[in-house]
Design a protein around this ligand. Structure first.
Ligand code: T4K
Length: 405
């Protein structure tokens, strides 16, 4: 690892990068290979690869137990799980979602010709602002999808009050929230149902995968039918369905990773604390904090760049990429600024001031089980030099803010 003693040592100024291999934000957390391969071999011996096999059934039982919910319906990914859940809940017309989320939250609605209506976030939590949700309700509104962004719980009690007052269905996109809690209750048990993504980049992964969890048995049964083309037995289709099934190999990965969750949390937490100590010393950078009194997976290292920092967020990301630190601008520029929503609602940004401000300031740094102390010290050394008001940059895109020049 190189030493950064002056701005000349930065890759953006022509020095070699800090890291030879790129550091990613979403490297998978992978549990015991031995146990995964054993499960895989047994699966191959059984010759049962999909369609509600024994590993998927075991996975569903264990996920439901872990989350403290009655039912888990495993799916092929989080996006299909969102589509099936909104369909099973008979959502139509308009559904209110945050714009500050991954595009799949909105697309899952649009794909079914339900109109996503974008509400603003609370800038302190990055989660839906219930007051903004209230303002977006129209006679066509049928539901609200809250997102537990970064695994930090949405304002569930307040959103439930809004939903009840207007007879709206409330569900959650809990894609980031596996292993997280609101108070002492694990995410998964709020609203009508909650949807998880188990994508490779998530804290807990099944390669690709997802699940809907709920305490409503009738709803769970409907979702099971929808996941499997509507089949209720051989030659008997009783519902229009799709193919949302989780494969056995995905469940094998999930069962294995579930056994290693504690070690993933321990690594993420250690990384978070190291970043926290370093970032606290850099004026103008603020690390988004996790509430230590709740369950957290500490998967995302989210930094907000304030106007006190000499460089813009985009300039920081450019400088980090030059060092082979592939920091991300999640979830810039907000769903409302992506197609088709940008064309449909060109003025949506007018009611989303917090979304705009937060999306322009956030940078997400690499973490997870492939990131070690040395990596973090290297990232912090770069950030420290970028924040040094005496540092100078030769690359055109790294412009110092006027007030710091
Ligand atoms: N709702 C929310 C709030 C979500 O965040 C997501 C997914 C969904 C719904 C939908 O769930 P799924 O249908 O995906 O289950 C990534 C993921 O693809 C996406 O699943 C995730 N959110 C989103 C936050 O991140 P990209 O476009 O940023 O992915 P990509 O290809 O740039 O990968 C990110 C980094 O991870 C790269 O630097 C490389 C690294 N990586 C990735 C994969 C797949 C690996 O090292 N190994 C891998 O296997 O969307």
């Amino acid at each position: 690892m190189k030493k950064i003693e002056s701005s000349k040592d930065l890759a953006i100024n022509g020095a070699p990068p800090m890291f030879v291999e790129p550091l990613h934000v979403g490297r998978p957390n992978i549990g015991s290979r031995e146990r995964f391969l054993r499960r895989t071999n047994e699966m191959l011996d059984r010759g049962w690869l999909s369609n509600n096999g024994p590993l998927v059934q075991e996975f569903e039982r264990k996920i439901a137990d872990y989350l403290g919910v009655a039912h888990c319906v495993a799916m092929c990914n989080g996006t299909i799980a969102l589509e099936i859940s909104t369909r099973a809940l008979d959502l139509k017309g308009e559904v209110i979602v945050p714009s500050y989320t991954f595009i799949a939250t909105a697309h899952a609605l649009q794909w079914q010709e339900i109109t996503p209506i974008f509400a603003d976030i609370d800038p302190a939590t990055h989660n839906l602002d219930p007051q903004s949700v209230r303002r977006m309700i129209t006679p066509r509104t049928t539901g609200i999808i809250g997102v537990h962004l970064w695994g930090r719980p949405a304002a569930a009690a307040e959103l439930q009050v809004v939903a009840d007052a207007h007879r709206l269905k409330l569900l959650y996109d809990a894609s980031h929230g596996f292993g997280c809690s609101l108070g002492s209750k694990r995410l998964g048990g709020f609203g009508e149902c909650e949807v998880f993504s188990f994508h490779a980049t998530k804290f807990f992964n099944t390669f690709e995968g997802g699940a809907i969890v709920t305490n409503n048995g009738v709803l769970a049964e409907k979702m099971r039918l929808m996941r499997n083309f509507g089949f209720a037995g051989y030659d008997n289709v009783i519902y229009p369905g799709t193919n949302g099934k989780m494969t056995e190999i995905a469940a094998a990965m999930g069962l294995t990773n579930l056994e290693d969750l504690d070690s993933f949390v321990a690594i993420n937490r250690r990384n978070y604390n190291l970043y926290r100590t370093g970032i606290e010393e850099i004026s103008g950078l603020n690390l988004l904090k996790y509430d230590e009194s709740e369950g957290n997976n500490y998967q995302y290292i989210v930094v907000e760049v304030s106007s006190r920092f000499p460089l813009s967020r985009d300039a920081i990301v450019d400088a980090l990429h030059a060092e082979n630190v592939l920091a991300r601008k999640y979830f810039w520029p907000g769903c409302h600024n992506m197609e088709p929503y940008r064309s449909y609602y060109p003025n949506a940004g007018l009611v989303l001031p917090n979304t705009k401000r937060v999306a322009e300031r956030v940078v997400v740094l690499p973490s997870g089980s492939t990131i070690n102390d040395e990596h973090i010290q290297g990232v912090l050394a770069v950030l420290k030099m970028l924040g040094n008001s005496k540092a100078r940059f030769v690359k055109q895109s790294v412009t110092i803010r006027a007030e710091h020049a």
